[in-house]
Design a protein around this ligand. Structure first.
Ligand code: SAM
Ligand code: SF4
Length: 338
């Protein structure tokens, strides 16, 4: 009976099938990227955070209900203690064929030491966030990061056979004139690259209108030197891809502000406290920790998920302009997971 009640498909009121779950396994991070966190962040008390066993339980119910792709993110997922244990547990869903992909988004700081095990647990493609190849700029953006460590990690993961997509946030006046060299570097290593616009999530010290660089401008500039051919490549994410003729590499654009991608949204996001966000850009959320902890079987949890999916909104309301200085959503990206 438990199985029947927990395995219903997740289809939202707009007919979108939810097949992708992103899980922020920790809100903590060993970097303090200027667009993501303030320098003095206060983090959640440990007692509020789901244990690795609880995270496994919630993820497994989502897999029963039709999730085919699972991404662990954060904060920095690889700073969570014993995180490999969670990958090891979740790998059983890859083995059973219920899950197509288990993956991670990381800043790369700890990746070198985990790359081999991650490959062993079935992780084949990961995202690494990197906004500059200039060591001093890297320090400026991440505040606490070390570029060489990240570059070493990238090489280690590639050597293990893990495919990497680099995510680069386009920042006005910071890396905007470096984007082409990041592209040739990434494509030279056979890595995909995605440019991302800054999103108005959470209070930070800087003014977001100063950071915001529309990707329409980036694309127009690239066209001066490169041939971009639109392609139909899809990773289950919101990026629109082109093939760069001269490098032979793939380049994606994630444009939440200049282009709305909600109509094909197939994802929901779980925080490390068991809160489910049905949309990155809306405040509405469902508490899954209470039903999770209320009983040992998963019936209540499954019902809470069904109810939440019925509240998945049509789209987000991101807007960054001079009149609208407050973030559209008060929580940081590190809470919901990027
Ligand atoms: N710590 C990991 C990392 O940096 O890859 C995973 C979590 S991080 C929140 C996920 C992604 O969100 C990163 O690529 C980061 O650049 C991006 N990000 C964070 N805050 C953002 C914002 N306000 N706008 C756009 N992207 C943001
Ligand atoms: Fe940490 Fe990732 Fe946010 Fe940077 S973007 S502060 S690495 S969570």
């Amino acid at each position: 009976m438990g199985l029947e009640k927990t395995s219903s498909e997740m289809i939202d009121p707009f007919g979108r099938h939810v097949t992708y779950l992103r899980v922020s396994v920790t809100d903590r991070c060993d970097f303090r990227c200027v667009y993501c966190m303030s320098e003095n962040m206060s983090f959640l008390p440990k007692k509020d955070i789901l244990s690795l066993e609880e995270l496994d339980r919630v993820c497994s119910v989502f897999v029963e209900k039709g999730v085919r792709k699972l991404r662990l993110t954060g904060g920095e997922p690889l700073v969570r203690k014993n995180i490999l244990h969670l990958f090891e547990r979740l790998a059983r869903h890859l083995d059973s064929g219920k899950l197509d992909e288990l993956t991670v988004t990381t800043n790369g700081s700890q990746l070198k030491k985990y790359a081999r095990d991650l490959f062993g647990f079935g992780v084949r493609r990961i995202n690494v966030s990197l906004d500059t190849l200039d060591p001093s700029k890297f320090k400026l953006i991440t505040r606490w990061g070390n570029l060489n460590k990240v570059l070493d990690s990238i090489d280690a993961a590639l050597a293990e056979g893990i495919k990497i997509k680099i995510n680069t946030v386009a920042l006005k006046g910071v890396n905007e004139h470096e984007l082409e060299s990041i592209m040739t570097w990434a494509h030279g290593k056979n890595m995909d690259l995605t440019f991302i616009e800054t999103m108005p999530l959470g209070e930070i010290e800087e003014d977001r209108t100063d950071q915001y660089l529309p990707l329409s401008i980036v694309r127009a500039r690239l066209l001066d030197n490169w041939t971009l051919n639109d392609i139909d490549y899809k990773t289950g994410g919101p990026a629109r891809y082109v093939n760069v003729q001269e490098t032979g590499g793939r380049l994606g654009f994630i444009t939440p502000l200049t282009h709305n991608f909600c109509e094909s949204c197939n994802r929901v996001r779980l925080t490390c406290t068991g809160t489910l966000y049905m949309c990155l850009g809306q405040e509405d959320a469902a508490d899954l920790r209470t039903p999770l902890r209320a009983s040992d079987d998963n019936v209540l949890l499954s019902e809470a998920i069904d109810e939440a999916i019925l509240r998945k909104p049509k789209g987000h309301d991101f807007i960054i302009d001079r009149r609208n200085k407050a973030p559209a959503v008060s929580r940081h990206m590190s809470v919901t997971g990027g």
